[in-house]
Design a protein around this ligand. Structure first.
Ligand SMILES: [Zn+2]
Length: 192
């Protein structure tokens, strides 16, 4: 039995992402060089065109990932993971990703195409009003903040100049208050 036939059989001739029965083809997970059942997925033309970037992403179409991410075949899980990553700035795909589990080998392959690190999803720090914060900006505290690990309280209205950004976490910035470097949560500051 060919790879395509195996895919058709396991999927009962439906797109393994959205369950459509129209225009089905075999998709080989990049960057694989050889086709085999473990790195192939049966997808419809609607899915394929968006996967390959020929047309704009139709966010609502990809609600189907809610089901496909739980598919028993790892290749389908990986492709679902990649599409969720592309869409994760929409919010709900991020929630699905948080629920998803891929083992280490699958995760390495899933990340191979870099979908998880595209521009739209860079870590962006925003203040309490949603204004983008950059390193070197000045902010004021909008409430009294206890400083972790000390008895110090940074008072509401305190100005913090020349902030630094935590590059791992969009919720944290650092800055000096009373000569002491402290970590501040972005939702408690306002850019000045
Ligand atoms: Zn499809």
């Amino acid at each position: 039995m060919s790879v395509l036939q195996t895919l058709q059989e396991r999927s009962k001739n439906t797109c393994e992402l959205c369950a459509s029965t129209e225009g089905l083809t075999q998709y080989i997970l990049p960057p694989s060089l050889n086709e085999n059942v473990d790195n192939s997925i049966l997808v419809c033309k609607t899915c394929l065109d968006q996967i390959e970037g020929h047309v704009e992403m139709d966010v609502n179409h990809w609600r189907c990932l809610n089901d496909s991410m739980w598919n028993e075949h790892v290749a389908v899980q990986i492709l679902s993971w990649r599409m969720l990553q592309r869409l994760r700035h929409e919010g709900w795909p991020k929630d699905l990703l948080d629920m998803m589990y891929l083992d280490d080998d699958a995760l390495v392959l899933a990340r191979a195409t870099g979908e998880h690190e595209d521009e739209a999803n860079k870590i962006i720090h925003r203040d309490s009003n949603g204004v983008v914060l950059e390193a070197g900006d000045s902010v004021v505290l909008i409430k009294d903040l206890k400083v972790k690990g000390s008895s110090m309280v940074a008072k509401q209205g305190t100005a913090v100049r020349n902030i630094r950004l935590d590059h791992e976490n969009a919720e944290y910035i650092e800055g000096k208050v009373d000569g002491q470097n402290i970590v501040i949560i972005t939702k408690f500051v306002k850019k000045t």
